[in-house]
Each structure stands twice: as structure tokens, then as C-alpha cells.
Design a protein around this ligand. Sequence first.
Ligand code: TYM
Length: 343
Amino acid sequence: MAGDERKRAKRRVFSGIQPSGDVQLGNYLGAIKGWVERQDAKENYFCIVDLHAITTPQKPEELRRQTRSLAAMLFAAGLDPEKCTVFIQSHVTAHAEGCWALNCVTPVGWLERMTQYKDKISRQESVATGLLDYPVLMAADILLYDADEVPVGDDQRQHVELTRDIAQRFNHLYGDTFKVPEAVIPEAGARVMGLDDPTVKMSKSYAHIRGHAVNLLDEPKEIERSFKRAVTDSGNDIRFSDDPEKAGVNNLLGVYKAITGRSREEVEADFAGARGYGDLKARVAEAVIEELRPLRERHHRLMNDVGELDRLLAVGAEQAGAVSENKLKEVKRRMGLVIPGEQ
Ligand code: TYM
């Protein structure tokens, strides 16, 4: 198995996030918050996946701005550059090359079955090849680092499963090369739903719809308004529930639970004396505002020093490059490609 694995003191974590659109509360609760909380216990690699972002049309200037803004947000949320390698995917060319190698062992049928792909093509007239190939690039991201754990929200579970299948297929064809990673899905916050429609996952793609998402950079007044408008039901019972009618209240309680780290019972007890849904919405909004306030302030400071931000990202790219280039060489060797300087 992976050459450096025996020497590892900590389990290695790899995860990624797209810089398409503003980072929203679902990204934070489903992924980033957990990355920050566990960074001491793990060896960490976090990638801003700009190559994934361009699988759907982006405005170039916007994408460039959003990529740096997302990097600033990851540091603002508490990722410590001393403990985490944070980098931009396109700065480490091994990802695109590794994707090509994995393309050559991945059946097209596996990709056509991906639910995110099916969902995206249903909303688009013309589909780029890159969109179909998206999960293979994600597999390359993860496998090039011999990651043990991939902390993601629930919507990425299927892609991590596919990554495991690709790793196993490669290992079967070419011998034991890749570590087969595990998805780590948080107990709370794994699926934050839209405030405007609690049957739809909160997503950057719908961020333009008023009242759908909370962006991490939203001003407190804006956050308050978004929660005030949140869709609930005509009842007044404040409990966790699987009843589709109660999905709105369930979502609000889920957000509160993910932020406070309290148990279901504690959360329900917190709201036992609440005066209806208005009270619930106001208190969830307050918890979100207080959680995000320091992030927004730190983000603002970091964006005022783009030179320093770029320096941190360059260090991250160098560290990530060292690990992934090494693995890529192993992949090429296994597949019979000539490595310069080797017999
Ligand atoms: P992306 O950019 O869509 O989302 C980043 C992370 O946020 C999680 N997430 C959510 N969690 C809970 N509720 C929501 N409403 C919600 N929306 C998003 C996602 O599950 C994800 O963890 N393909 C990935 C990026 C990627 C990646 C990787 C991830 C590329 N390579 C390698 C892990 C490992 C994506 O588009 O995430």
C-alpha cells in the first residue's frame, strides 16, 4: 500500500470545495466547520477546485475573484496554514494528469449513473465532456493523496463511493496502488435545505433566488431577513420530524443543532418555551449571525492583503505538489509510461 503510510502519525484528510458562486451555509455546516474542528487530529489537505468549477460556464473575472475569496474564507473560518495544506487545484498539475490516467480505467456507464450529473444535464441544453468527467477528476484529487478520510456533505457521498470503485478497479488492473478512502459525513448539517423550499438542498446554484441561501458573507440584517422569510408549515410544533410537511422546521432545527453542537433532545428542550415559529426563526438567525460574525470580519481583513493570501496558496500548492507528483509517478510507472531518468 501507499509508501509513506506506515510512517503517518495521523489519518490523512482530503476534501475540496468549488469556487463557483458564494460559499453558503450548507458548505459551512456540511463541510468546512468539521474540517476546522478536526484539523488538530488529522493531516489535512483542502483544495479549491477551480477545474471542477469550469465544468459549467463561469465569468472569468468573477471566477478569479471568487477563488481568492473562497481561500480567504477557508482561513477566516479557522483553517490554520500551519496545520492544513490549502491550495488551488489548477496550481497542482498532477490533478488533471491523474484524472486522465483514471479516465482510462473508468467505464462511461459509471459516470452516466451519477445523480448530480443527471440533475445538472436536465437543466442544461449543451453538456460539456468535463461535466460527465467531473467525478473522475474528484477521484484523482482524493486518490493522489492516499487520503484515509473525505469529509463531505451528504450530496457528495455518491462521488466518494465512485472514487472507491475507481481505486479498486485500478488496484485490480495494475496492482495495489491506491488507498481506498472513506467518506466522513457529519451527524448534523450534512444536508442543509433551501430556506425558500425545504425540499431542495441549499446550493450555490440557486443563490440568486431571493431567500434561498445564507451566504457566509451576508450582513446580519440580511441573514435575519432570510430566516424570517423561511418556509415552514401552518402548525406550531417545534420538533425534529421526518414528516415532509414539517421539512422547514426540521431544517431550522438542524441548522441550530449543527451550530450549537447540542443533541436533538437538548435542541428541542431549548425551544420548549418558544412562542411559535417566529421565535424559532429569530433564534436560529441569531445563532447563525453570531457564528458567522467573526468569519466575515476576518475575511474582510484577509481580502485586504491579497499578496499574503497568494503567498499562503503558493506554499499550499508546493506542499500538495510534492505529495501528488510522487503518487502520479507511481501511477505512470504502473501503467507502463516511461518516466524520465528511470529504466
Ligand atoms: P461543493 O463545492 O458543491 O460543496 C463543498 C462541500 O459542501 C457540502 N455541501 C453541503 N453540505 C450540507 N448541506 C448542503 N446544502 C450542502 N451543499 C454543499 C458538499 O457536500 C461539499 O462537501 N465535488 C465537490 C468538490 C470536490 C471534492 C473533491 C470534495 C472536488 N474534489 C475531493 C471532496 C474531495 C463539490 O462540488 O462540492
